[in-house]
Write a protein that binds this ligand. Structure first.
Ligand SMILES: [Zn+2]
Ligand SMILES: [Zn+2]
Length: 176
């Protein structure tokens, strides 16, 4: 969305509040979820631009609902990821480097933030999702979900890397 902040620039107000949605299905928004993740609803964006004696700042939160699978036990999970997005607002032509991450650029009184917001959202989205912090995962031998039941498989011990080679030789021996 393009925000009209002309009232801030010409001093008629010191704060502009906004609230809108970003459609995740609209390809032009480039909201491509990471592997194994689906976004299930539009991104909810809410925030304000404030002017404090000529210093303008943008502050917003964006929330996105998702479904995915637990990285350890592969159970379906769903949740909401919240991003806090804060930038200094600079007028076009006043910065040497307009690609600087700390700024958003206002052009003719309008602020277009969605591209940067979407970039940040995807960058900050958790790379590994778990059903719960202490998820026990699946047994690597029998595949049982250890959150629900225990199994009798021998648990892997930490092996000295030098002995691991020996262990491998022994394992290969068994298959002969
Ligand atoms: Zn899990
Ligand atoms: Zn097992």
């Amino acid at each position: 969305m393009v925000l009209d902040i002309t009232s801030l620039i010409n001093g008629k107000s010191s704060r502009v509040d906004f609230e809108y949605l970003i459609d995740t299905k609209d390809e032009s928004n480039n909201l491509i979820p990471p592997d194994d993740v689906s976004f299930t609803a539009p991104v909810r964006v809410k925030g304000s631009v404030t002017d404090n004696a000529g210093y303008m700042a943008l502050s917003l939160t964006a929330e996105i609902d998702y479904t995915s699978r637990c990285a350890r036990c592969l159970e379906d999970i769903f949740g909401t990821f919240t991003l806090n997005f804060n930038r200094t607002v600079a007028t076009k032509g006043t910065l040497q480097d307009e690609d600087n991450d700390e700024y958003v650029i206002v052009k003719n009184g309008f602020l277009d933030i969605d591209r940067e917001l979407v970039e940040d959202l995807l960058l900050e989205f958790p790379p590994k999702l778990l059903c719960k912090e202490e998820c026990k995962g699946l047994c690597s031998k029998c595949g049982k979900n250890l959150n629900f039941e225990a199994c009798d498989c021998p648990k892997k011990k930490e092996i000295d890397p030098r002995l691991a080679i020996l262990q491998k030789l022994l394992e290969n021996d068994e298959t002969l």
